[in-house]
Write a protein that binds this ligand. Structure first.
Ligand code: CA
Ligand code: CA
Length: 295
């Protein structure tokens, strides 16, 4: 399996970036990633105020997928997520929901071992997820701090081992980048972070030509999931529902009325994150439920 080292970092998804790896559709790759502070908070004496903000939210890449063109869909199977030994969590950071409650930022370094996170003598099961996974957008570069239809900083905790992410390709070669792993994170990411951690991910990257699908889909064993980002949670929610309705009609061949009724009976909206420049919402719909509806 090809391995991409984390020294190849980007801070924006940009179609003009030079690729650091070329792969064929169907290939598997292992990508090393930094934590969202690029390791700056790992030393015991590191202080949040001294963190170089220019190095926040690095992603590793970009990877050029041969044959990928705008209008195609990149199919990314998340085969594994391996976590580093120490995760960082902070509290009271600017942008967090409870920011006003704290006069200073607290940073905690949490050991992570064998799927368990240790916090002041307490144990929290790890649920590894990928915060940033995206391709180059069609137009201007987009910061790795922001999510969008290119993917990016989606902070969706369903983007985890075993899931398959479908990203619309907007630039030749797609230019895939990955970063910002979390050992665990709650829906909403209300404190502005999860347990931020370095690590590596194994991905199998394939190409579905000419889908012309403009939005992000995610699939796991149980559910089909749409993901949408917008300036407000209202707008993001609406977009996630529209996307699922479109998916049911275009891909599953459902009538609009049947799709609409299924969504109100069984579609589950959930907040991915409320702390990034755009907010992200997902809609989850059980595959078993879809099957019953179509039988
Ligand atoms: Ca993030
Ligand atoms: Ca993060």
């Amino acid at each position: 399996m090809k391995k991409l080292g984390r020294e190849h970092v980007i801070y924006a998804h940009d179609k003009c970036d030079d690729p650091v790896m070329f792969i064929n559709p169907g290939e598997s790759i292992c990508v090393e990633t930094y934590d969202c502070y690029q390791g700056q908070m790992l030393p015991a004496d590191a202080r949040y105020e001294q963190c170089d903000r220019r190095c926040i939210n690095p992603a590793t890449g970009p990877v050029y997928v041969r044959g990928a063109e705008p209008g195609d869909t990149l199919k990314i199977e998340i085969m594994d997520i391996r976590l580093g030994a120490v995760g960082i969590v902070d509290c009271g950071t600017p942008g967090s929901v409870l920011e006003d409650q704290f006069s200073q930022v607290t940073v905690k370094r949490l050991p992570v071992k064998d799927g368990v996170i240790f916090y002041d003598g307490k144990q929290v099961p790890a649920e590894p997820m990928i915060g940033i996974i995206g391709v180059a957008p069609a137009e201007e570069p987009v910061s790795t701090l922001s999510p969008g239809t290119h993917g990016g900083n989606l902070d969706c905790r369903r983007i985890t081992k075993g899931a398959v992410l479908y990203l619309p390709v907007s630039a030749t070669g797609a230019l895939l980048s990955v970063g910002d792993l979390h050992a665990v994170m709650g829906d909403g990411e209300v404190g502005n972070c999860g347990v931020e951690i370095e690590g590596s991910v194994e991905l199998r990257v394939d190409l579905i030509p000419k889908t012309e699908r403009k939005y992000i889909m995610l699939e796991n064993q149980e559910d089909w999931i749409t993901i949408a980002s917008a300036e407000s949670l209202d707008q993001a929610s609406e977009a996630a529902v529209w996307q699922m309705s479109d998916f049911l009609q275009q891909t599953m061949g459902m009538e609009a009325v049947d799709a609409g009724i299924l969504l109100t009976l069984a579609g589950n909206l959930a907040v991915c994150q409320v702390v990034n420049p755009l907010k992200t919402v997902r809609m989850e719909l059980s595959k078993a439920q879809i099957e019953r509806w179509m039988s």
